[in-house]
Ligand binder design. Structure first.
Ligand code: ZN
Length: 223
């Protein structure tokens, strides 16, 4: 009942990206027959391959729960950052640094599909336009609710702001901890990974240093 996939050549089949939608699978020529199975059937199969009994009480509803939680954790694929920013861009002469600090971020690493999480700091210096402040955490959310690597997440946030308002410059810093490293003992429990993306005037030493020194200051506790 739960042996949905043939064992022969099973490794090859399982190596295919199972999260790709039917239409995309057809477009890229993936035809391994798995698209006929529901997500829940595949999670049930996975449980059984892990050595579990998907029929026992505690696991009966697990495929449905995993499907729901994975849909939430990857909802960023179905959201358009440009759409979120549209209607929240305002003409403004302000030309000092705008900094949104300590934005909570939860994402999944694309190599292990395990969480990485931490804080995102976003700064920009406007050139005639500003973004509604609440939209910056939303932007972080859209890109982090996808399979990611921290470096690309950092870059995508910076690029989206750059494209939306063409400011004098943008800086994004992410400090995160990766469960794929921590749980497997590759990283010390308390170390974190820091990535940054600097665009425009944030590439200049002075602006970058102003940004980084603002990050070192303790928060106001407003968040
Ligand atoms: Zn990983």
């Amino acid at each position: 009942m739960f042996a949905l996939f043939p064992r022969a050549g099973g490794m090859r089949i399982m190596a295919q990206p199972i999260a790709v939608s039917k239409s995309v699978r057809r477009a890229v020529g993936i035809d391994d027959g798995l698209s006929e199975f529901s997500n829940q059937e595949m999670y049930r199969e996975l449980l059984s391959r892990l050595g579990e009994d998907p029929g026992r009480d505690g696991l009966l509803a697990t495929p449905a729960r995993v499907e729901k939680s994975m849909a939430f954790l990857t909802k960023g694929y179905r959201e358009d950052p440009a759409n979120i920013l549209r209607g929240a861009l305002f003409d403004e002469d302000y030309d000092e640094m705008v900094l949104v600090k300590d934005i909570e971020m939860f994402s999944l690493c694309e190599h292990h599909m395990l969480p990485f999480f931490g804080k995102v700091h976003v700064a920009y210096i406007p050139k005639g336009k500003v973004i509604g402040l609440s939209k910056i955490p939303r932007l972080v959310e859209v890109f982090s609710r996808r399979l990611q690597i921290q470096e690309r997440l950092t870059r995508q946030i910076a690029d989206a702001i750059q494209e939306a308002i063409e400011p004098q410059g943008v800086g994004v810093v992410i400090e995160a901890r990766h469960l794929c490293m921590m749980m497997r003992g590759i990283e010390k429990q308390h170390s974190s990974t820091i990535t940054s993306a600097m665009v425009g005037c944030f590439r200049q030493k002075e602006t970058r240093q102003e940004f980084l020194s603002l990050l070192r200051q303790p928060g106001t506790g407003a968040q």
